[in-house]
Design a protein around this ligand. Structure first.
Ligand SMILES: Nc1ncnc2c1ncn2[C@@H]1O[C@H](COP(=O)(O)OP(=O)(O)OP(=O)(O)O)[C@@H](O)[C@H]1O
Length: 678
């Protein structure tokens, strides 16, 4: 066995001293241990021989020969442990040791990109695929909470989604109890907060995330790095709080990077991971004894967590260190697997399996779903969050208007004189109105869904972040909540559409009122309303199309590009401005029927030009090349033959794009539901 690791000298004296230094801790643990040996635990979690392998491409995509080859990578290797209710298991390990992957595997959220082997049993019963979600509560590393809701509102909405059959007063009581359990009462009416405005502290946010999971009374709670980014005192408080939660007849499994030595006495079980293997799993006192027996005593006044995690980590900085540290890790793991601690643990797993009258699997509180009520809760929640975002609302309402200002400033006043651009300017305005409004819709969707509604999309380059500098995005929130089984993603999609609709209508109405009357378009109220009604559709389509693509494409930059290209293609083929419809090849003519721009432009042309008579300068006769047509209807007939008779039909066709896209969105989010739940 390689014992090159030395801290304060090896030998029996040092070992004895280190054992002595943690003796008091072990003694305290015994009295502190939530698992009283006389009490029969009501619930147990056994993880047996869990392995996970992924197949990866050898080289980058531009190096085809190596890209074609694949190699298998072992992420988890035969991980086994057993925890009973009342206990808290802390999983330690350096970065990349496989802690998150292990929690994903236990909670059934690993996805099917790799091959997962082994068993996860609760109360000795092997969990089926569809049971994981209903059994475990999983608190992720990042807090995905809506920034503008208060703590109480956040938990109340979650409770309404999770406990639908409960009355409002029962939900209020439940939320109150959970807030009290997590010491959140003093911040109940404070907003969560975000990057640009203050809210509750990071530690309180973590507690809100945990509280959200507790609402469903889970018996098994998994937490991935709940102390990351917190100062050590707050981190300690969180772990102590989790230990207290465990004592109330729950199983808590928590991954943690660098716990302080005081927490030594808080954990009931400690597991150390390295390179996807459990190199140790046992009681804290056993850990000190085990490592001391291997010749790696923990020196006095040192944090045993730091010492043992360092000791079992593989140093990849150079090949020699890598070989030495790997051998050491391997020796310790082998010693653990031949130890009495490991045998006892396997015995506990076997025992729980052998029980003949096994208790049932303790599922979370759940009632039969009512799609409509969930939709209502989601709508109210997103609406309240957005309506409190002053900047977000202001941007939503004014962005079209700001764009309108540019157009008005450029065009100033429409003329009736053809020689002064009467026709060209009108077509230009229609082109701009149809072409630009999908972009504002697209920006809105990306801002709210991907960047939490605060960070402008162009400001942020990154793509696959769940949240940007603490601003949780709606998409990340719904990904997580749908995995928690609170609702389906397509329900969130519908709630999202309903909640943006009033803002879109007002925004477009402000824009069209300003543009229409300032530049002097056809002065008739009914035509103005038609103009507004037409412009609303591309704006909403821009947002809907972005959402539809976001359902299946993860990268927001790709979504932006996709929507922009579709819009450019649509305006080229459908508008008839770049190339007359009659002159286009048949294939483009056919394609134009699939574009909303065809119907929108035709409608706007008729709305503006029908019945309009133009003048032709001061010239007594027709100037060659100019004033060929001075009648609006003739212009319509020439560019869009038959458009005058298709007015209602075009309106129906244009508005038909909205339900079609909603349907496509539902399908796309059902696909996403399937992808994120894998
Ligand atoms: N689906 C996958 N495909 C390829 N590699 C993967 C996959 N899942 C995990 N890994 C790799 O497995 C290793 C363990 O990752 P994991 O996120 O579980 O580590 P961790 O211990 O939680 O790290 P950290 O503490 O930094 O969060 C990493 O090297 C990661 O890149």
């Amino acid at each position: 066995m390689n014992r090159s690791y030395s801290l304060s000298g090896e030998g029996t004296e040092a070992d004895a001293r280190s054992k002595e230094s943690f003796k008091f801790v072990s003694e305290k643990m015994a009295s502190h241990s939530p698992a009283n040996p006389d009490e029969v635990p009501t619930c147990s979690l056994s993880v047996s021989q869990v392995s996970y392998t992924v197949s990866e491409r050898v080289g980058p995509w531009w190096d085809l020969p190596s890209y074609r080859k694949r190699w298998t990578r072992q992420i988890l290797t035969n991980v086994s442990f057993h925890v009973d209710s009342g206990q808290i298991l802390g999983i330690l390990g350096n970065s990349g040791s496989g802690k998150t992957t292990l929690l994903d595997a236990i909670s059934g959220r690993i996805g099917n990109t790799g091959k997962l082997l082994g068993e996860v049993c609760v109360n000795g019963r092997k969990l089926k695929q569809e049971q994981f979600q209903d059994c475990f509560s999983y608190v992720l590393q990042s807090d995905n909470l809506l920034s503008y809701l208060t703590v109480e509102e956040t938990l109340t909405f979650t409770a309404h989604l999770a406990l639908r059959r409960h009355s409002s007063s029962a939900i209020r009581k439940k939320v109150g109890m959970v807030m009290a359990e997590l010491s959140l009462g003093h911040v109940a009416h404070c907003v969560i907060g975000g990057r640009v405005f203050p809210g509750i502290s990071g530690g309180e946010r973590r507690r809100v995330s945990i509280a959200g999971q507790l609402l469903q009374d889970p018996k098994v709670i998994l937490l991935d790095e709940p102390t990351t980014g917190l100062d050590s005192m707050t981190a300690n408080q969180i772990v102590v709080l989790l230990a207290n939660l465990a004592k109330r007849d729950r199983i808590v499994v928590v991954t943690i990077h660098q716990p302080r030595s005081e927490l030594f006495r808080v954990f009931s079980r400690i597991a150390i991971m390295s390179q996807g293997e459990l190199v140790f799993c046992g009681q804290p006192g056993e850990m000190v004894d085990f490592f001391s027996d291997q010749g790696y005593g923990c020196p006095e006044y040192c944090n045993p967590f730091d010492i043992y995690v360092d000791l079992t980590s593989v140093d990849t900085r150079c090949s020699e260190r890598q070989a030495t540290t790997y051998n050491r890790m391997h020796d310790i793991a082998s010693a653990y697997r031949s130890s009495e601690i490991y045998r006892r643990m396997l015995g506990r797993i076997e025992e729980s399996r052998q029980v003949t009258d096994k208790p049932c699997i303790p599922f979370k509180s759940k009632e039969s779903p009512s799609g409509l009520s969930k939709l209502g809760v989601l709508f109210r929640r997103t609406m309240r969050n957005l309506s409190r975002d002053r900047m977000g609302v202001l941007m939503r309402l004014s962005q079209n208007l700001i764009y309108g200002l540019f157009v008005v400033f450029f065009v100033m006043k429409l003329d009736k004189d053809v020689t002064k651009g009467a026709v060209q300017d009108r077509i230009g305005i229609i082109y701009q109105a149809m072409g630009a409004s999908p972009y504002t819709g697209m920006l809105n969707a990306v801002a709210l869904c991907e960047y939490g509604g605060v960070v402008p999309p162009l400001w942020v380059g990154g793509a696959e972040t769940q949240s940007v500098q603490g601003v949780p995005a709606v998409r990340a929130i719904s990904d997580q909540e749908s995995k928690d089984g609170l609702y389906h993603k397509w329900q969130m999609f519908l709630a999202y559409i309903f909640h943006i609709l009033p803002f879109s209508i007002i925004s477009v109405f402000i824009f069209s009122s300003f543009l229409y009357w300032t530049v002097g378009m056809y002065p008739e109220v009914s035509r103005f309303l038609c103009f507004s009604g037409v412009i609303l559709v591309p704006h909403v389509i821009g947002e809907l199309l972005t959402l539809v693509l976001m359902g299946v494409v993860q990268d927001p930059n790709m979504v932006n590009t996709g929507v922009a290209l579709l819009n450019v293609a649509g305006i080229m083929v459908g508008s008839g401005f770049l190339r007359s419809n009659q002159q286009m090849p048949t294939v483009f003519k056919m394609l134009s029927y699939l574009t909303f721009q065809k119907y929108g432009c035709e409608l706007l042309i008729v709305t503006e030009f029908h019945g309009l008579n133009f003048t032709c300068g001061d010239a007594p006769g027709i100037i060659p090349g100019q004033c060929m047509m001075s009648n609006g209807d003739a212009i319509i007939e020439q560019g869009y033959p038959g458009a005058l008779t298709r007015y209602t039909q075009d309106f129906i066709m244009l508005y038909a794009f909205l339900p079609a896209l909603v349907l496509l969105g539902i399908i796309s989010f059902k696909i996403r539901d399937h992808l994120v739940r894998r």
